[in-house]
Design a protein around this ligand. Structure first.
Ligand code: 2OP
Length: 309
């Protein structure tokens, strides 16, 4: 039996996730949006690609949550993207209202689902979804680390003129300016990049990675990235649907791990059919640990703004 996956928000990100998942063929998909006609039109268009790509996935577009009932996974993309010059944090007031209402509906119809959050500011929105859903922390996970590490891997591969596949990158922390790249644990076919590139070059690549989302926002002028974010989500969905128990960098609620308590930040986790099955704790240097804690405090400040009580 195919899994059931609902995607809330049929904008560029939601639509592209729907397309990528339909191409996988292992799930039936429900695409929800408040704009009448938008999810219906995109769903029908994707459905009609089925005979060509060989996918029997059903895909339904709707303005109601009823059709999402009993989803195994719900992916939340709803909310506004930033405009050039804005930080992700600037979106908190607008998107918290949207994500709150969305989560209530998700829980009402799919009380046993796993929520994958994409809306920014990512870590704060994860915390809001956890609070509203009252789900165990294993069933609320944020997409951010895969995207950030993918950007890092892309830039490193460009610099070294090697395959992106050979690079295993390591980025921790919140999905924002305080994210923490760990070059010491970033490797090319097992070789730390610190042995392959001078520090100044690595620093420049880290800087571009940290500002990677903003670079795309500035280029697009309206909207933010969606190709790489949707690819990242699909890797998470693969891990859950196929119970791969894959180690991926994701936003997870920490309860003392890494010396951080009560807040979402990006860390390596084991993703499988139960959602987050383990938080992987990596031994960090005192400097790396301090940078991660600083990033967690930046997320906490934003969470405090939401007054979740
Ligand atoms: C990004 O970094 C949209 O947050 C997303 O591009």
């Amino acid at each position: 039996m195919r899994s059931k996956i609902s995607i809330i928000g049929a904008g560029m990100t939601g639509g592209t996730i729907a397309q990528r998942l339909a191409e996988k063929g292992y799930a039936d998909i429900v695409l929800v949006d408040i704009i009448e006609g938008l999810p219906q039109g995109k769903a029908l268009d994707i459905l009609q690609s089925g005979p060509v790509i060989g996918s029997d996935s059903s895909i339904v577009g709707t303005n109601s949550y009823k059709e999402t009932a009993d989803s195994n996974i719900v992916i939340i993309t709803s909310g506004v993207p930033r405009k050039p010059g804005m930080s992700r944090d600037d979106l908190v007031y607008t998107n918290m209202e949207i994500v709150k209402g969305v989560t209530e509906n998700v829980v009402k119809y799919s009380p046993n689902c796993i929520i994958i959050m994409l809306t920014n500011p990512l870590d704060a929105m994860c915390q809001l979804a956890l609070h509203v859903s009252k789900f165990p922390r294993s069933r609320v996970v944020g997409q951010s680390g895969i995207l950030d590490t993918a950007r890092f891997r892309t830039f490193l591969a460009m610099e070294l003129n090697i395959s992106v596949e050979d690079i295993s990158a390591f980025i921790l922390g919140g999905h924002g300016d305080t994210m923490v790249a760990i070059p010491r644990l970033t490797t090319v076919a097992g070789i730390p990049i610190t042995e392959l590139l001078p520090k100044e070059k690595i620093d420049r690549i880290v800087e571009r990675t940290v500002k990677g989302g903003g670079e795309i926002v500035s280029l697009l002028k309206t909207g933010s990235a969606y190709y790489a974010p949707s690819a990242a989500v699909v890797q998470m969905v693969d891990a859950i649907v196929l119970d791969k128990k894959k180690i991926l960098p994701c936003a997870a609620y920490l309860d003392g791990e890494y010396g951080i308590k009560g807040v979402f930040v990006g860390v390596p986790v084991k993703l499988g059919k139960n959602g987050i099955e383990q938080i992987i704790e990596v031994k960090l240097t005192p400097e790396e640990s301090a940078a991660l804690k600083k990033s967690a405090e930046a997320v906490r400040e934003l969470v405090n703004i939401m007054k979740l009580g």
